[in-house]
Design a protein around this ligand. Structure first.
Ligand code: NI
Length: 172
């Protein structure tokens, strides 16, 4: 946080750029970085690349989000996001670019994401519940937004070690 790159709108990929060796290396690097820090998602601007690329994978028993349901491995280029349900749901969000902090963010509970996959094929995914929040959080990174911008009640902004994530709080 504080690096100007995290506040920029990132650049779209050309389809033939997606399948290049350089981009495949970048994706590999992102998986390694995300796994090193135990995240469930990472966006390219977080590792200093201002381009429209994010990855998401929720594993069972993730250290940072133990209650989260697992997801497949998703590589997202050039996404657009559409709200499918305006009902808001709140989660304690954290971010590898804002280490050590969490805050409660309310976001739409169901979204559609249209994007290009690793082979530059068009894909559409519909995400609900926690996965919908993860998509919105990661895609925000591609448009210069951080979760702290979306906290309504700033008094929830807390150090991780101060938060006891009861099941009830996770439903906030
Ligand atoms: Ni983040």
């Amino acid at each position: 946080m504080g690096n100007p790159l995290l506040r920029e709108q990132s650049i779209l990929f050309e389809p033939d750029e997606i399948t290049s060796v350089e981009t495949q290396e970048l994706v590999k690097d992102m998986w390694e970085t995300m796994d090193e820090y135990g995240g469930v998602g990472l966006a390219a601007p977080q590792i200093g690349v201002s381009k429209q690329l994010a990855i998401i994978r929720i594993e069972e028993d993730n250290e940072r989000y133990p209650e989260a349901e697992k997801s497949e491995e998703i590589v997202i280029f050039n996404p657009t996001i559409t709200n499918l349900d305006d009902t808001l749901q709140g989660f304690w969000e954290g971010c590898l670019s804002v280490p050590g902090l969490r805050g409660v963010v309310f976001r739409p509970r169901k979204v559609q994401v249209d994007f290009l996959d690793e082979s530059a094929n068009k894909k559409t995914l519909i995400a609900e519940d926690f996965l919908a929040t993860v998509f919105q959080h990661e895609l925000d990174h591609l448009f210069g937004k951080l979760f702290i911008d979306r906290i309504d009640d700033i008094t929830t902004l807390s150090f991780e070690e101060e938060i006891i994530l009861s099941d009830e709080e996770k439903e906030l």
